[in-house]
Design a protein around this ligand. Structure first.
Ligand code: G3P
Ligand code: CA
Length: 335
């Protein structure tokens, strides 16, 4: 997913917003996007522990599979941009210039150092988010999906809280082409750790429309499971039909919610702030709405005003955020 920004005029337009819109619920959930990724390298155990301590309701896991069929928590199905794979395994690059997780065993992957996300600019590693954790400091590792669940369930026991998990299967079609059934493997791990029904604190998410349907129609019944399902959405032709009123109505028959890119809900155009009918139509179809990604350091304007717009004026049910602390505090103060 590309990193996208909201433009500043978006926020000045908030001043013109009439009292509105379709707020339905008072319970809002905070989903720690890749952990406390505003403060520590994404998807590290440290980032997850910090997000837990900050009061997230759910911690997000992006999940991919290794050569030896182990599930690891990583945003991409390749290792570029967050590790030192280029230095440790210089000969393992594919022709497209990428280092694929699926080409490495878990043992090999565990030798990598994880760092804050970077791009290569003029041959130099350059932080994507310059104000975040410095590149190349301290020591972070990739961990398995099971290890992260055990961290969260361990903290649930030791703190007495009940924080949920929010796994996303990354590129299931790519994994299938490589002979691996990512969704089935993730669901089996969920079942092993007791996430079985809609009462359990788990949301299963994917951008792949056909895969979510397959999970609902085939995999969950086969495994005697019935967990909450989230269809992720982006601004792409692929999603044009599903975001219509009829499309959402059909989706509402098997999914529990949608996770849209935030600009699909509200964005700025030449006439000012534009709010779509997506939330209204999703709620009418019985779907919760959890947009992504709320980043304090990417928003030009007041972060809390943006949260207020989405959570309390438009009425989304939760948000993915890199800044759990700011978001939890905002919701607490609002109450
Ligand atoms: O899964 C919700 C949100 O995380 C989607 O964006 O690209 O960060 O996985 P991405
Ligand atoms: Ca994700």
């Amino acid at each position: 997913m590309k990193y996208k920004t909201l433009i500043s005029t978006f926020f000045t337009s908030l001043l013109l917003l009439p009292s509105m819109v379709y707020a339905q619920q008072s319970d809002k959930i905070v989903i720690a996007h890749r952990g406390a990724s505003g403060y520590l390298p994404e998807h590290t155990i440290a980032a997850k522990a910090m997000a837990y301590a900050m009061g997230a309701d759910y911690l997000e896991q992006d999940v991919v599979m290794t050569k030896d069929d182990r599930l690891v928590v990583l945003h991409d199905h390749y290792l570029d941009h967050v590790s030192d794979v280029q230095e440790k395994f210089p000969t393992r690059m594919r022709d497209d210039g990428r280092y694929y997780v699926i080409d490495f065993t878990l043992e090999e992957i565990r030798t990598l150092e994880i760092v804050e996300r970077y791009d290569i600019i003029d041959g130099k590693k350059t932080a994507v988010f310059p104000k975040r954790f410095p590149l190349g400091k301290s020591r972070f590792k990739i961990h398995t999906f099971s290890e992260e669940i055990e961290l969260i369930q361990g903290l649930n026991k030791s703190t007495g809280h009940n924080i949920g998990i929010y796994p996303e299967v990354k590129s299931p079609e790519f994994h299938r082409q490589q002979g691996k059934d990512l969704s089935l493997s993730v669901l089996k791990v969920l079942k092993k750790y007791g996430y079985i029904s809609k009462q359990d604190k788990v949301y299963f998410q994917t951008f792949d429309i056909e895969e979510l349907k397959r999970v609902h129609d085939i995999l969950l019944p086969e495994l005697s499971m019935n967990i909450k399902l989230i269809q992720l959405l982006d601004i792409e032709d692929y999603y044009d039909q599903i975001i219509t009123k009829d499309g959402l109505s059909a989706l509402g028959k098997y999914a529990d919610g949608i996770g849209p890119y935030m600009k699909m809900i509200a964005s700025n155009d030449k006439d000012g702030l534009h709010i779509t009918d997506l939330v209204k139509n999703a709620h009418a179809a019985g779907l919760d709405v959890h947009p992504y990604t709320f980043r304090q350091d990417q928003i030009e304007g007041n972060y809390e005003e943006v949260l207020d717009l989405f959570l309390y004026q438009i009425g989304v049910d939760g948000v993915f955020t890199d800044f759990t602390d700011r978001t939890v505090n905002f919701i607490k103060n609002k109450k």
